[in-house]
Design a protein. Structure first.
Length: 239
């Protein structure tokens, strides 16, 4: 199932880029350098993507500070490069520069929404699929957990709202838990779990990875409802 309608290009550049991304994920610097050499040869007329790959390699090899000027160069080449804006937003967050972080993240949110429209991401069929997988996950929970979750709505939204991003929320988050936990039943705040459909679809366009990530995201947010923090979720493999 090509949920987002995005097939990987057969161009040499995209093939090398896919291999490069796998090396980055494995944190294999030597292999990433080798792929980078092939990308430089195959770059053709896509200097912004080549520059972005250079920035990612610098980040892996030398740390975030080394990537910063290279990411700025990407934006000079392509002012609408959403991934570079996102990385710059994450770096601003690390530096405690909240205003810049929010500005970058709002730009990412807008650019990603445009990409959704251009790529046909987030049509009714996609929402139906996410809802079906989420229902299967909820139905598969042990009885006592399912009962305690009975009053918690699980919603599906396209992407985080502008208000959330203005409050510092990650525009590319897969899910959200808001409100009172299971141990705070008398708290006045309403409780909800949200799955962000277009973020999931853009990052995982094919099965079975999409369904696996939907399940992981939902279980992660359910864990927050039951009072688990990020470290505890990581220990359970739900990070």
């Amino acid at each position: 199932m090509d949920t987002a309608g995005r097939a990987m290009s057969d161009s040499p550049f995209d093939k090398h880029l896919h291999a490069f991304e796998e090396c980055l994920a494995a944190e294999d610097v030597s292999a990433a350098r080798s792929c980078m050499d092939k990308l430089r040869v195959a770059a053709g007329a896509d200097p912004a993507e080549l520059a972005y790959a250079e920035a990612r390699l610098a980040w892996l090899e030398h740390g975030a500070a080394a990537a910063l000027p290279l990411l700025a160069r990407v934006i000079e080449l392509e002012v609408r490069h959403a991934d570079a804006h996102y990385d710059l937003g994450c770096l601003a967050e690390e530096r405690g520069e909240r205003a810049e972080m929010i500005e970058r993240f709002l730009r990412v949110r807008a650019l990603d929404a445009e990409s959704d429209r251009d790529g046909g991401i987030g049509v009714a069929e996609h929402f139906d699929h996410i809802e079906r997988v989420a229902r299967e996950v909820l139905d598969g929970l042990p009885g006592m957990f399912g009962e305690r979750l009975g009053h918690v709505p699980v919603l599906i939204e396209r992407r985080p709202s502008r208000a959330l991003v203005e409050d510092g929320f990650d525009p590319r988050a897969f899910g959200l838990f808001e409100g009172a936990t299971d141990s705070e039943r008398d708290a006045p705040a309403p409780t909800r779990i949200v799955l962000f459909a277009c973020n999931l679809l853009a990052s995982f366009p094919d099965e079975p990875e999409l369904s696996e990530q939907i399940e992981l995201t939902l279980l992660h947010e359910i864990g927050h409802f039951f009072g688990l923090d990020e470290d505890q979720l990581d220990e359970l493999g739900l990070g």
